[in-house]
Design a protein around this ligand. Structure first.
Ligand SMILES: *Cc1c(COP(=O)(O)O)cnc(C)c1O
Length: 383
């Protein structure tokens, strides 16, 4: 361990701690222009909101219920949820909260789904995020992997076959139903699953709960023209988004939404003085307030323009990588561009994510055409 980081018996003053933190942030900032491979927007500086760090802010329990502690930012959280509910096609009866991450939103979605269909397996695509399997394991739900089509989307015909089979082998017993996790923007290829087709396929098992894992791709889909089916109005029963990916909230967080009637009843601690249907109970008021700052600053139009600009960068990267002979592929509208995996030093220099013989870049707001050109130059040099 770096000795300046060692925590000892004697405390240090803020004056001695501050330069260590400043140096760490400066080092991260130096790397930013070359961070092309991961879906985090590193272009937003929220340091003007530093007063949020001057006290502990805890949004304990449900966003909509008062709690007795008084040190919450639930008004900000409610404003964020109201905006997201509109964007995600939720009705007036939509329940939601700011989660610790997109993955917590997946766990909550499966928790809701299991309450509706206690014996249903989780159908997920081969390209689903690993957090889906983790959530299923925590909830002790069986998983069934559905193959993908060539473009990286879950194959609806295969899902229909598996669901039909499951129902048939139950020997005429009433169907257990299906919990289907659709991915709106897969991790590696940015593929958007076909929600209406998956809902129809899942109904072969009887009842269906369709969760949309829209961690990165939800906000991209929302502002794409044409807008693909991705949200609660398009057939999802629950939906999760990450708050630190496209939006670049400095604290990892997420949003989960589902109709209130699906939310399982939960024990409530009288001590808290608030209802609590969340998984976390204590939740980051800082994250909620920062998300609000971000959305309030950008407005819906600002976000729409950002998505359009990122899509242009992704298109630019596709053309530049093709010219460099790297055989790029891009799902329509996606910010993710896959290409032939370069050597390991190029992957390290540009912080590229890789899978098998492919790598990808993600055209986040801080990714510039100039950086893409420099990457392509490195590829050309046959590093
Ligand atoms: C990033 C991502 C997740 C996980 O979200 P976190 O906010 O990192 O927990 C889940 N699914 C997909 C498709 C993702 O891209």
């Amino acid at each position: 361990m770096n000795s300046v980081l060692r925590i000892g018996e004697e405390g240090a003053t803020a004056e001695r701690v501050r330069p260590v933190v400043t140096a760490m942030v400066e080092e991260l900032r130096r790397r930013t222009p070359r961070m092309l491979g991961f879906p985090a927007n590193l272009a937003w500086d929220a340091s003007y909101a530093h007063s949020l760090l001057s006290m502990m802010i805890n949004n304990a329990g449900d966003p909509s219920t008062h709690d007795d502690s008084g040190n919450d930012a639930k008004a900000f959280e409610q404003a964020v949820l109201s905006w997201f509910t509109d964007i995600a096609g939720g009705g007036r009866d939509t329940y939601g909260y700011v989660t610790a991450s997109g993955s917590e939103g997946i766990l909550f979605g499966l928790f809701v789904a299991r309450h509706r269909f206690p014996r249903a397996p989780v159908y997920l695509s081969a390209d689903a995020h690993h957090s889906v399997r983790k959530a299923a394991a925590i909830l002790r739900m069986e998983t069934v992997t559905v193959p993908c089509r060539d473009d990286g989307t879950m194959e609806p015909a295969a899902l229909a076959r598996l669901c039909h089979e499951a129902r048939r082998t139950k020997g005429g017993r009433s169907a257990d139903g299906a919990v289907v996790v659709a991915t709106i923007g897969t991790v590696m290829r940015g593929a958007v699953d076909d929600l209406p087709a998956l809902r129809a396929a899942g109904s072969q098992a009887g009842g269906v709960h369709l969760h949309a894992d829209a961690a990165l791709g939800g906000l991209v889909a929302a502002f794409s023209r044409p807008e693909p089916a991705w949200n609660l109005a398009h057939g999802a029963d629950s939906l999760s988004v990450s708050g630190h990916k496209l939006l670049g909230c400095p604290v990892p967080c997420g949003i989960v939404l589902t109709p209130r009637r699906f939310v399982p009843p939960q024990p409530t601690g009288q001590y808290l003085g608030a209802d609590d249907h969340t998984l976390g109970c204590s939740r980051s008021g800082l994250a909620a307030a920062l998300l609000w700052c971000r959305l309030r600053e950008m407005g819906t139009r600002g976000l729409r323009e950002t998505v359009a600009r990122c899509q242009q960068t992704a298109q630019y990267a596709t053309e530049a990588l093709a010219a460099a002979g790297a055989r790029p592929e891009r799902f329509p509208g996606s910010l993710t561009v896959t290409f032939d995996r370069p050597d390991s030093s190029t992957c390290a220099t540009w912080h590229l994510a890789t899978q098998g013989d492919r790598a990808h870049l993600v055209a986040m707001p801080h990714v510039t055409p100039q950086a893409v050109d420099m990457l392509c130059a490195d590829l050309g040099r046959g590093h």
